[in-house]
Structures are given as structure tokens and as C-alpha cells.
Design a protein around this ligand. Structure first.
Ligand code: G3H
Length: 255
């Protein structure tokens, strides 16, 4: 099954709602419509930017989509600071990132929480981008495949095959995030390939063949080509390079 690559630009905690409009317009200007036939492009701004991103995407009929950096596992109620899946769906969001390593590390989110958030996203028609990835100590001990598969199982366990078919998985080695130390294409392929084999066990061969598995960690226009050329890498989750309109558009055009 052929999988259309996905490039997702995670802005993290950067840009206010006015700056967001500027960046989306810059990306759209630099990325002619023809590229959207071969790559899906999404931006993942802070929650406070989503309404203005929606306005510009819908108003200018742009082909890119947008999503959220997180989603609550709850539907509504006394959860101060949380944003629900239905709120995001109402804003026209397509994706919700869950289990980003910064959430796992800085906010103590474990696999059970990530799974609950993935379920909440699916319930409201959002596509969860489920992030997993090993730290440097695990990589240096050579245990990266085993570690990532454990996180994958923990973050997807109990989902039906039909739900797993709707998920995007992002492999982001923690040591590569924001460090400029990108994984080699074969390092990325080793783990992404193992993820696909595991997805087949959790769902089916057919489902596994259709799920997009992204690589994330210091991706730029300089290295994206060789990374997405690997057979099991179906795009990238991009941090720093997604904040520069032309660079991000170039990266998307190459993918
Ligand atoms: O979500 C994106 C990743 O954390 C990668 O960030 O491209 O700045 O390394 P980065």
C-alpha cells in the first residue's frame, strides 16, 4: 500500500495568534498547490493560535491542515487548563499530537495517559499523532528497538484494528530533538520498520501497511530527503525548522 508522506510542523510554545497568520501565509505562498498532490502538510500551533489559523486556512482556501499539540483525555468538566477533543474538532483541527517527549518528560505523561488521549482524539474524529522515542542512555545501550516497541504497545494497547488504522505514529529519539543531531536514515529506518512490524501484530498486515510512521528530531530541508527515502519513514514531525516559512516549505517540497 502506498502511503502519502505527511510533514507536520510542531511550533511548540512559539508565535502568538497574529504571528501565526503570518507564518501560515508565508508557507502557503512558498508552497504551490501542486506539491499537495504528493505530500500532506499540517501545522501544529499553540492552542491560542488555532482560531486564527482556522480563519486564514478557510478564508484563503489553503490546502494545508492544522492540529493541536495535545488534547485532554476528558470530554468536559472541571479540568482547569485542559482542552477537549470536541473543542479542537469544532475549530476544524485534523490532528492532535499525543505523548510528545516534552509532555512525557516535563509533564509526567505515561503510556496510559497517552493511550487515553489517543482514544479521546479518535472519539472526536481527530487523528492522533502518537509520539514515542528513546533517550540517549537507551540508544547507547543498544536497546532502542525494544524500548520503542514497549512504548508503542503501551500507547496503543486495546485500540481496535480500525482505530489503529487511523493513527499516525511519530518516532522521535529524544537525543535528536532540538539538538541538531539527526538520526541517520538507517537509524530511523531500523526503529520505524520495527514499529510497522509491531503494528501488524497489534492490528493486521493490512493496517500496518497503511499507517504513516514519521521520524522527528532535527529534521531540516538538508536531511529530510534521505530520511523519507527510507521505506518505512512516511514523513516527519518537525520542530525548529517549522518556524521558518521558506525553510519549512522547501522541506515539504523535498519530502
Ligand atoms: O515535534 C517535533 C520534535 O520535537 C522535533 O523538534 O525538529 O526542533 O528537533 P526539532
Amino acid at each position: 500500500m502506498s502511503r502519502k508522506p505527511l510533514i507536520a510542523g510542531n511550533w511548540k510554545m512559539n508565535l502568538n495568534h497574529l504571528e501565526a497568520i503570518g507564518l501560515v501565509q508565508k508557507i502557503a505562498f512558498a508552497l504551490p498547490a501542486k506539491y499537495f498532490d504528493k505530500v500532506d502538510v499540517t501545522v501544529i500551533p499553540p492552542f491560542t493560535d488555532l482560531r486564527s489559523v482556522q480563519t486564514v486556512v478557510e478564508g484563503d482556501k489553503l490546502l494545508l491542515t492544522y492540529g493541536a499539540q495535545d488534547v485532554s483525555q476528558h470530554d468536559s468538566g472541571a479540568y482547569t487548563g485542559e482542552i477537549s477533543g470536541s473543542m479542537l474538532a469544532k475549530l476544524g483541527a485534523t490532528y492532535a499530537v499525543v505523548g510528545h517527549s516534552e509532555r512525557r518528560t516535563l509533564h509526567g505523561e505515561d503510556d496510559a495517559t497517552v493511550l487515553a488521549k489517543a482514544k479521546a482524539a479518535l472519539k472526536h474524529g481527530l487523528t492522533p499523532i502518537v509520539c514515542i522515542g528513546e533517550g540517549l542512555d537507551i540508544r547507547e545501550a543498544g536497546n532502542q528497538v525494544e524500548y520503542n516497541l514497549e512504548q508503542l504497545r503501551g500507547s496503543l494497547q486495546g485500540l481496535s484494528a480500525a482505530d489503529i488504522a487511523k493513527v499516525v505514529v511519530a518516532y522521535e529519539p529524544v537525543w535528536a530533538i532540538g539538538t541538531g543531531r539527526v538520526a541517520t536514515p538507517s537509524d530511523a529506518q531500523e526503529v520505524c520498520g520495527a514499529i510497522r512490524v509491531e503494528l501488524a501484530k497489534l492490528a493486521s498486515d493490512e493496517v500496518a501497511a497503511g499507517v504513516r510512521v514519521l521520524y522527528g528530531g532535527s529534521v531540516s530541508s538538508k536531511n529530510v530527503g534521505e530520511i523519507v527515502a527510507e521505506p518505512d519513514v512516511d514523513g516527519a514531525l518537525v520542530g525548529g525548522a517549522s518556524l521558518k516559512g521558506e525553510e519549512f516549505a522547501t522541506l515539504c517540497a523535498i519530502a
